[in-house]
Design a binder for this molecule. Sequence first.
Ligand code: ARG
Length: 564
Amino acid sequence: MEKIVKSIQDIIKKLFDVDVEVSITRPDPNFGDYATNVAMQLAKPLGKNPRIIAEELAEALRQGGEFVEVTIAGPGFINLKLTAKTLMDNLNDIWNDNYGHNNDGMDKTVIVEYPSQNMAKPYSIGHLRPGNQGWAAKKLMEVTGWHVIADNHLGDYGAPFGVWVVGFLRYSSDEKLEQGGVYELGRVYIETKKALKEEAARGEAAMANEVQDWLLKLERSDPQALAFSQRFKEISLRHIHEVMQRLKISTDYELGEAFYVTRGKDAVKALLDKNLAIKNDDGSVIVMLDEYGIDTPLLVQKSNGAALYATTDLATLLYRDETWHPDRVIYSVGSEQQFYFSQLFALAKKLGIKTELIHLWFGLIDQINEDGTREKMSSRKGVVLMEELLDNAEKRARDMVNGRDVSDEDIKKIAVGAIKFSDFVSDRRTNILFSWDNIFALSGFSGPYVQYAAVRVNKILKDNQTPQVDTNGYDFVPEKSIILKLLDFPEVIRLAARDLEPHKIAAYLYELARDMNRYYESTPVATGNVTDVEKAARLGLISKVSQVFKSGLDILGIEVPGSM
Ligand code: ARG
């Protein structure tokens, strides 16, 4: 596309002696391969009728010989058609191992924060989207040239810790913890929360005070509190790492909330000194944000002096700024925290932090109940656990391959691919409707559908040797729509990265898979009625398709199985 833009720009320069931004779109294929509205754009500066500009331009474009057909539609749209062979030559010109990647983010650093699970509970479906979307954001930044730092901002501080200690001392034991690991911690947490609620209903607070005491002890680095914290953290982290490994996601750092507590308190002091924060009579500290159009002040310290979520996030902003000087920070966190992040970002402005801060938010995961109502996804036991979800997905994947010889490794790739792809079937901001049938629909807009198309391409490449012949005489006519599609890839990546919208990659890959399936129906690639030249040319093109499937799926964190 860049080449076409350049040709048009050159001709405009020659004809009218102006420099313009030329944008190119893909019209209805009946009209052309590409279209531009540049004639309308030029009407004003040139003081001319757009239709006349379009005609002059069209004539010059025809003379250039690059386009086989140049037509004008409406008030001055120019439609362009190229031969399949020219398109293939264009593709060959720009082809490389990192095809589609660009350097838009060169010399810039971005911190991408995901999935930021909370220590108190087993990894649940609640942190599926933060991981999937965060990983895709990281990949999109990488392929567009950014220096990426991935950080897991673990929820390892705050009330849960106190709840754990109190609950562990009352309802659990060393043996139980040894046996149940994080699931025992989850159980204790739920039981203790329930007891706390009952206590509050009775108008009492003994247990609640104990919880607070443990939190304060932890903040004061009391050795017993630290030992508990260390122990719970190890159990939780082991589990989190195991599940992340299954999901094939990882981060470079794990600087959780706890890391920032002391820093946060110092930062609050500094804010007070600079009169950027206000101390209330009860001792709590707030930051006014009304100059940023936000009426609710941000609470950065509790009345008992304890730090809270915002205290640690305040310190995180400062620490990252000092340590990495990021140009951008992306927080992969659900839509529920939109208001909180608007407050946090306003606070950052107040502190003079110049970093571009992005809340990469997304909708919930819903399910349809047996009675037809729709609600947030849950299981009979409550939250859906990630390990269960993955186990189920593997079962489904096994059913899907239906006895064919597929390795365990590949089953896992299919299972994880199916789950992840479903995160990208629509704009991240919409709620997902979770349905096992859709996730594994081999004929639908699903991970397995795209993976299957990639596996099929790879099998053809594996089963066939490319004849060593000159393919220059081949016209690529049956392959034209695929070539056009491959030429779209760089622009799709650019837009997906610009808007942090990985669903654009998923939609693209689905269309490529669909185009490939249509292609096989009409054209023998390597067997049957095919000449050596055709075979060599087609296998050459298909190897490019294979690369695009692989690199596109890789952005979504999905692997191509060996077979399925
Ligand atoms: N642990 C939090 C949660 O699960 C998400 C943390 C988001 N990141 C942040 N810097 N506040 O809700």
